[in-house]
Design a protein around this ligand. Structure first.
Ligand code: PEP
Ligand code: MN
Length: 341
């Protein structure tokens, strides 16, 4: 529920409401506005009734949280969440560009592309060491060796690393290297994995499921948040529709929708969202115009030879053009591209 304090409520009155809630086992979030303070509380409502709270000094009213996702919703947490990642922030005035290969294929491939994307203006490096492939006969990733190469690429370029984890048992191992743990589309409703990610202190990039509604996606985020990890970045990566020309249908309407419903940052992946390299730059521009906090773009030194997702991967030169094209858009929206130290 939401406890709205009176405009003139004193800090002591606020504190006593918070203390009362915490005593009854509620999870409390304080939002101090210019006019008044709002206290979000999640817990067992049978332990402390709304009427009891409403009678406390300084309380104006108590309203229930109607959204099914309590912690992910704006009712509970009206202000935007800003997540620190390696000296950068996701969800505030900075726009982040996460770029790199679909899969880590070799040390040379990863280092070459990491240096190139850093040079072009990327602010984070992506690359899968564990790959969720549709076919068991496709390249499955370099696993632990891929993580070593990612750690080396970070040391060489300074780019924070975003990499996928598929198995709850591997969360601690992947978290030793990842600055951001990615949960892929195919695992968006792997609830055990979401809970394991929620028990880490790493930011989580949660990709939208292939056929997930916005509500299901936010409830998946809720699984992570409810374990105590408040650092979730949502990633729109296209959904299944009747259209087959594109690999997926990139749902850019989800960006303002999610920003309306939730305080969590949203980034857009136009590579998986279209599956076609010529569409990546236009949809990247559209994503930023729609209000995305960042982009995730696949880049490969030689897309024709890529072991996965070559058709949607940009060359480093194409990626560099994309970054130049979006710079004026970022500035026009009053934001700035993240800058690494
Ligand atoms: C990826 O980003 O590497 C990936 C597999 O994407 P998705 O989970 O969106 O299919
Ligand atoms: Mn891919």
């Amino acid at each position: 529920m939401i406890i709205v304090m009176e405009p003139g409520a004193s800090p002591a009155q606020q504190q006593s409401v918070v203390a009362r809630l915490e005593r009854e086992g509620f999870k409390v979030h304080l939002s101090r506005g210019v006019e008044r303070t709002i206290i979000g509380a999640i817990g067992d409502k049978t332990r402390l009734r709304a009427e009891t709270l409403a009678a406390l000094p300084g309380v104006e009213k108590v309203v229930p949280i109607l959204q099914p996702y309590k912690l992910a919703g704006r009712d509970f947490h009206p202000e935007d969440t800003v997540i620190p990642v390696g000296g950068l922030t996701v969800g505030g005035p900075q726009v982040q560009i996460i770029a790199g290969p679909c899969a880590v294929e070799s040390r040379e491939q990863l280092l070459e592309v990491a240096v190139a994307v850093r040079e072009a203006g990327a602010t984070m490096l992506r690359g899968g060491a564990y790959k969720p492939r549709s076919s068991p006969y496709s390249f499955q990733g370099l696993a632990a060796r891929g993580l070593e190469f990612l750690a080396e690429a970070r040391a060489t370029t300074g780019l924070p690393v975003v990499t996928e984890v598929m198995d709850p048992a591997l969360v601690p191992e992947v978290a030793t290297v990842a600055d951001v743990l990615q949960i892929g589309s195919r695992n968006m409703q792997n609830f055990t994995l979401l809970q394991a990610a929620g028990r880490t202190s790493k930011p989580i990039l949660l990709k939208r499921g292939l056929s997930a509604t916005i509500e299901e996606w936010l409830l998946a985020a809720e699984y992570i948040l409810s374990e105590g990890n408040s650092q979730v970045v949502l990633c729109e990566r296209g959904i299944r529709t009747f259209e087959t020309y594109t690999r997926n249908t990139l749902d850019l309407g989800a960006v303002p929708a999610v920003k309306h419903l939730s305080h969590l940052p949203v980034v857009v992946d136009p590579s998986h969202g279209t599956g076609r390299k010529f569409m990546v730059a236009p949809m990247a521009r559209a994503a930023l115009a729609a209000g995305a906090d960042g982009l995730m773009i696949e880049v490969h030194p030689n897309p024709q030879e890529a072991l996965s997702d070559g058709p949607q991967s940009l060359t480093p030169e194409q990626f560099s053009c994309l970054v130049k094209e979006i710079q004026p858009l970022i500035a026009a929206s009053g934001r700035e591209l993240g800058r690494l130290a």
